[in-house]
Design a protein around this ligand. Structure first.
Ligand SMILES: CC(C)(COP(=O)(O)OP(=O)(O)OC[C@H]1O[C@@H](n2cnc3c(N)ncnc32)[C@H](O)[C@@H]1OP(=O)(O)O)[C@@H](O)C(=O)NCCC(=O)NCCS
Length: 224
């Protein structure tokens, strides 16, 4: 473990302490990814400065039971916005184990970096978030959802702020995106609060019942 110390963050936000272990489970080949990340550029554990003592932890297959429970408890809260929540399997630990295993492979390939938001004392799953390369070269996209019991407590916002800081420090990243449906006001409030700029709103297919079919693209400059 090598603490990296507090990272100066975004205007208007408190600093976030990125005490990390540095991806020690990846070997150099596995971690030499589509973004040419240096090994350990994306940490496996991030302590967040928040009164609830929360943290980000790399999602592992062993988290399947806890993740399935969090989804089950939060189903009604997720259904309007997350297409996968409509699938009963999303509450099934076996299904989640498969997804998490795939996610671990994506992390090693450098395609996606999936985290759980956890209560660092009890290790309860309070939500999930991640960095994804799917929007194209030299970009990272941030996604998130929170447990219904976390709503309005700032967990998702604090997690997104930490992922923004991490993404901006990854060599070769020019832009960081947060993308949400325009009807998802709670989600859009996060990039707005973090200082992202709304680049545009474009029509897209409706994939969940709360959506308006208007995709907002929020952008923050990366470190390049
Ligand atoms: C989108 C979603 C993650 C946002 O959740 P949220 O509860 O609004 O967001 P947060 O938990 O970060 O809460 C932000 C609020 O917490 C408050 N807050 C409380 N303590 C805080 C703290 N220590 N730090 C920061 N904010 C804090 C903020 O002031 C803010 O309140 P406001 O809405 O009155 O401005 C959540 O609604 C969700 O999971 N929705 C379903 C899934 C989804 O839509 N995902 C996104 C798809 S694009």
């Amino acid at each position: 473990m090598e603490p990296s110390g507090p990272v100066p963050l975004l205007s208007g936000m408190r600093n976030i302490d990125l005490r990390t272990d540095r991806g020690s489970q990846c070997n150099e080949h596995e971690c030499a990814m589509s973004l040419n990340l240096l090994p350990g550029a994306v940490p496996e554990h991030v302590a967040l400065v928040h009164p609830d003592g929360i943290a980000l932890r790399r999602a592992r297959t062993a988290d399947a039971e806890a993740l399935a429970r969090a989804v089950r408890e939060s189903r009604d809260h997720l259904l309007p916005w997350m297409p996968w929540a409509a699938n009963d399997d999303s509450c099934d630990p076996t299904f989640q184990a498969t997804r998490l295993r795939d996610g671990e492979a994506s992390w090693r390939r450098g395609d996606e970096f999936n985290y759980l938001i956890v209560d660092s004392a009890a290790q309860r799953v309070l939500g999930a978030c991640g960095l994804m390369t799917r929007r194209g070269p030299r970009t990272l996209e941030i996604g998130y959802w929170s447990h219904v019991a976390s709503a309005g407590r700032g967990h998702a916002r604090t997690a997104a702020a930490a992922l923004t800081a991490i993404a901006r420090r990854v060599p070769g990243v020019d832009e960081v995106f947060i993308i949400c449906d325009a009807a998802n006001k709670r989600s859009a409030a996060i990039p707005h609060a973090l200082g992202y700029v709304l680049r545009g709103i474009a029509p897209r297919l409706i994939t969940a019942p709360g959506e308006a079919g208007q995709e907002m693209t929020w952008v923050m400059a990366g470190g390049g």
